[in-house]
Design a binder for this molecule. Sequence first.
Ligand SMILES: Nc1ncnc2c1ncn2[C@@H]1O[C@H](COP(=O)(O)OP(=O)(O)OP(=O)(O)O)[C@@H](O)[C@H]1O
Length: 329
Amino acid sequence: MTTTTTKTTDSTEPVARETVLDARGVTMRFGGLTAVRDVDLTVNSGEIVGLIGPNGAGKTTFFNCLTGLYVPTEGEVRYKGKVLPPTSFKVTDAGIARTFQNIRLFHNMTVLENVLVGRHTRMKQGLWSALLRLPGFKKAEAEATERAMELLRFIGLEDKAQHLAKNLPYGEQRKLEIARALASDPGLILLDEPTAGMNPQETRAAEELIFAIRDMGIAVLVIEHDMRFIFNLCDRVAVLVQGQKLIEGDSQTVQSDERVIAAYLGEPVAEAPEAPAKEAAEATEAPEADETPDAPEAPADEAPATEDASDDASEDTTHDPASGKENDA
Ligand SMILES: Nc1ncnc2c1ncn2[C@@H]1O[C@H](COP(=O)(O)OP(=O)(O)OP(=O)(O)O)[C@@H](O)[C@H]1O
């Protein structure tokens, strides 16, 4: 795998940037709740863009609007100039791939088979060709396997191609999800909390992997709660708060913006009962540079759906590392 640890490619070279994703005025309402309100966001080729915000800010809902899982109530999303088709399968076919917040692999299939599933959209063979195993199908199948093995080499799982996905350690399952997304040859990949549940070494490896994906010419949009990871990784960061874009800019600008700090730590409440001295001191303390400033818990009525009913229905069970539970997708 070719890796770089730089944020951008050599600045002395002229870089022709193409707008890959152009979301304008995206609004998503669920009944009376506006989860995303009038959000504009562009992602250009060669860029890694971060999307951050406290729990329940609307990040995943916005991702779902970009990937055809939701049709936005208002607004428009274009991929390379064309308005997105309204289903997730067609969005993948158009060139946008994604991973999910909760790992969604086919646990009882092998590592290689999981990547081959992701390759499916690029196989143009019909049903009869597959059933009768016509020569055209066999050739396409061999090519798909070759590409899948290439991707497994890229993420460092070539040796585990025949292992069952469920037997991989957690960090490798996350990498496998990325390989499966890459198998559709996307121009843009959306990563929803790619380092959730990872240890520091795995997080560092994920960072290298994302730089390498960017260097392959794939634009990246990433949601993460790990601030150090996001500010180190991204060329631009957009902050969502209560469904609206609060600020967008480079890491330096965003991390020093007082509104962002307030959004994460919470504004002091004028008539709040007096907090004990220790709690008050902690509440006003700025987060350490190397700490993940976990957002305050969202109120019950803003808590994100435990499992998006609309998320890809084709998936298997998911593993929640925090609880250790297996959830039905
Ligand atoms: N399918 C749905 N139906 C109704 N409300 C929803 C649905 N999906 C999300 N919401 C609501 O929309 C708001 C935004 O949720 P979303 O999951 O997008 O936030 P998030 O920023 O991704 O949060 P987190 O960081 O915790 O994953 C929340 O109030 C959530 O309860």
